[in-house]
Design a protein around this ligand. Structure first.
Ligand SMILES: *Cc1c(COP(=O)(O)O)cnc(C)c1O
Length: 352
């Protein structure tokens, strides 16, 4: 099956002439910069200077990431969280009120929200009872107007990794783009699909600095894909989509990879401790296996428990209204002390 990206891109974008920013035209760093209407005197802040526009293509961050992920710079896109590439993919490939995408509930809510905002139809193919893909059903749900399939692995909110071979089957059997969202990949032993980029021209892999790296506040997401997909993402994005503070703090973080790995080990150890304790309670009806930094737990009286926890200032995520998640609460792994507060509160609730 030959893959033709141009066939998928919304026709009017193929010849779009993108905005050319001042910093795109002159790449040097020395000189008198009178090109971008910035304030040459500085910033109206107590400290720091932010008066100059940031690097629109985030070259330094991408170079560090390239070394870390073994992916060439030209296959890396950075955005304002993963949310930005998710939204861009809909806007690039899906014609409003004509095209559709496939998702596999229960899954991350942003795919549907971005699709709805852009007026793109959603086709749902639920995961199995044990939260695995149904690759044959997914491929038979494809219509001539299906442009994107979103797969989240490890999956939010269930926490488990999806089977590698099932994902491969979908990538190989679909003539549109398959987006594999790996927001939680650092917590998993599963191999990243980044390693398969050169094999699959229809693959986009998403990762983020929001979870394992502890930088949710900075809003920095990554997309990895072919040079052709990069070209269109870069053409459509806001010119300065990643601010300079985020870029410099990301560079700092990328010098501390071992600190990220230490955090990951700690969080996974805490998750295992939490799982061991939760497994002993009879009010826990099901503990879903997790490959991430959270656990989906089916509780007796889940709605009452959730409300009680909020009243006691322990905030979890109720998933009780989500398909296949009856009576389930999603709890993020906290510090040892935070997890103890959570466990004590649920014990108190059920002893009443
Ligand atoms: C948290 C999360 C993200 C990260 O989103 P950002 O916009 O990068 O913060 C992406 N995908 C999934 C499935 C998530 O749970």
């Amino acid at each position: 099956m030959s893959f033709d990206l141009k066939r998928l891109v919304r026709a009017h974008l193929l010849n779009l002439k993108p905005y050319s920013s001042a910093r795109d035209e002159y790449k040097g760093t020395k000189g008198v910069f009178l090109d971008a209407n910035e304030n040459a005197y500085g910033s109206v802040t107590s400290t720091g200077n932010y008066s100059r526009y940031p690097d629109p293509m985030q070259h330094q961050v991408k170079e560090q990431l390239s070394a870390l992920k073994s992916v060439p710079v030209e296959n890396i896109f950075l955005g304002n969280g993963s949310d930005e590439p998710i939204d861009l993919l809909f806007r690039i490939f899906c014609e409003p009120n004509v095209d559709n995408f496939i998702q596999t509930p229960p899954t991350y809510g942003m795919y549907q929200v971005c699709a709805d905002i852009n007026n793109i139809h959603t086709i749902n193919v639920n995961l199995t009872e044990d939260f695995q893909l149904r690759p044959n059903d997914i491929l038979s749900a494809v219509t001539p107007n299906t442009k994107l399939i979103f797969i989240c692995s490890p999956n939010n909110p269930s926490g488990n990794s999806l089977k590698h071979d099932d994902i491969v089957k979908i990538i190989e059997g679909f003539n549109g783009l398959v987006v594999v969202d790996e927001a939680y990949i650092d917590f998993s032993d599963a191999q990243s699909f980044v390693a398969h980029l050169s094999k699959y021209p229809n693959l986009v892999v998403l990762q983020t600095f929001s979870k394992a790296w502890g930088l949710a506040n900075l809003r920095l997401g990554m997309a990895f894909a072919s040079v052709e997909i990069m070209a269109i993402l870069n053409k459509i994005k806001y010119p300065y989509n990643v601010n300079g503070l985020t870029q410099s703090l990301a560079l700092d973080a990328l010098k501390n990879v071992s600190k990220k790995n230490d955090y990951v080990h700690k969080i996974v150890a805490q998750r295992k401790a939490l799982e061991t304790t939760l497994a002993q309670f009879d009010f826990v009806k099901k503990l879903h296996p997790s490959d991430s930094n959270f656990i989906l737990v089916q509780f007796e009286k889940a709605n009452e428990l959730f409300a009680y926890l909020i009243d006691n200032e322990v905030i979890t995520r109720s998933r009780t209204k989500v398909v296949l998640c009856d009576d389930c609460i999603r709890v993020t792994v906290g510090t040892e002390a935070e997890n103890e507060v959570f466990l004590n509160k649920i014990k108190t609730f059920y002893s009443k």
